[in-house]
Write a protein that binds this ligand. Structure first.
Ligand code: SF4
Length: 362
């Protein structure tokens, strides 16, 4: 680390510590405010952690909020990086939102399953952020509320220092501007990458310098922020799920067309894209057109029929939505090319009909 970086970070940490210091510390209170990192699994927060840890800054805990809908490459990287952190004595925890009230629906355990259950899209597609609040921020807050260090700090009127990996790129500058000056009674927010003046390329270079692979952009596979080119890197199972999600939600969409809302024309240098990712997937030949048609025509109905079939099954015995999706994922795209049309969904219907429904409770 250069002298400039060391001084800048040390001075930023001193400032965050002063803001977070317990006001009513007694002999039993740790007067050093705990440092927590909200880890997203992407380039920015990975580079931030590498820089801080290799420069000797103490981190008490790193939290990764798993929505259950990240891309396979993100999960692979997070596993690797979790080991990297643990090998350096840094506590690494994966936290999840745990849905509890399923009403008559099959249990779901991820954000995409939540969308399939309700026949909707992530709230970001509607211009809101409750998907992130529910699946990312709340599980982190809940974990902290049960953490003895946090409880002791809050009892002494101190705060936790929470480090966020926003860099100096225009997109992150916008996100930072939304939060700047926000006074949280429990947290002091720190932005080390902004202290360092780093942009994405600096972050990629720092990760490579640590001998680690550069991770892909982290976000749910069906996030509105997904770029068209990223769809070209997705495994076929995720492309199919995107088509299914948009088709399942379609009857309830009034103001937007799909996951990309209403699309953009690509003026001012942007890349044009339709409102529905499905249309892009079809136009680019990422899935055969017949397969897209078959999913759209039959899969949402098959899913709803299966959900209804499980409605009276006691919750303890009710199969999880993941089981239906696993069945959906398993079908080979060759099934769509079978003579006589899309055999896939007739076989899916047959499998649904044969699904072992548990006996009702007595
Ligand atoms: S990555 Fe996108 S879809 Fe996933 S929680 Fe965040 S905003 Fe919502």
């Amino acid at each position: 680390m250069s002298t400039f970086h060391a001084t800048a970070l040390e001075s930023a940490f001193a400032d965050w510590r002063a803001q977070a210091a317990p006001k009513q510390a007694d002999a039993f209170t740790d007067t050093e405010p705990p440092v927590m990192v909200a880890y997203g699994g992407g380039v920015d927060s990975t580079a931030m952690l590498i820089e801080l840890i290799e420069s000797g800054f103490h981190i008490d805990v790193v939290l990764f909020a798993d929505t259950g809908s990240e891309k396979p490459a993100t999960y692979a990287f997070v596993e690797l990086f979790g080991e990297w952190l643990r090998a350096r004595g840094v506590r690494f925890e994966v936290v999840r939102y745990e849905p509890r009230n399923f009403k008559n629906f099959p249990p779901y355990h991820s954000l995409d399953e939540n969308c399939f259950t309700n026949g909707t899209l992530p709230s970001i597609s509607f211009g809101f952020s409750s998907c992130s609040q529910k699946w990312k921020i709340e599980p982190q807050n809940r974990w902290a509320e049960a953490w003895p260090r946090a409880q002791a700090t809050w009892r002494a009127s101190g705060k936790i220092i929470k480090l966020i990996g926003y860099d100096c790129s225009p997109a992150d500058a916008k996100r930072y501007a939304h939060r700047e000056g926000y006074d949280d009674p429990r947290y002091v927010y720190g932005y080390p990458l902004r202290t360092l003046g780093w942009v994405r390329q600096d972050c990629e270079d720092r990760i490579a310098a640590a001998g680690l692979p550069v991770p892909p952009k982290s976000a749910c596979f069906m996030c509105a922020a997904t770029k068209p080119w990223e769809l070209h890197t997705f495994p076929v199972e995720l492309l199919r799920r995107i088509v299914l999600m948009e088709a399942r939600a379609e009857p309830r969409l009034q103001k937007i067309e799909g996951l990309w809302r209403n699309g953009v024309k690509g003026t001012r240098g942007g890349q044009p894209r339709p409102g529905r990712m499905t249309d892009y997937i079809r136009a680019e030949g990422l899935l055969p057109s017949a397969e897209v048609d078959a999913i759209r025509a039959a899969a949402p109905g098959a899913l709803v029929a299966w959900q209804h079939a499980q409605a009276d099954v006691p919750i303890a015995a009710r199969p999880a939505l993941a089981e239906w999706l696993a069945m959906f994922d398993m079908r080979s795209s060759a099934d769509f090319d079978a003579p006589g049309g899309p055999a896939y969904f007739s076989s899916l219907d047959a499998a649904v009909a044969a699904w072992p429904v548990s006996a009702p409770c007595h």
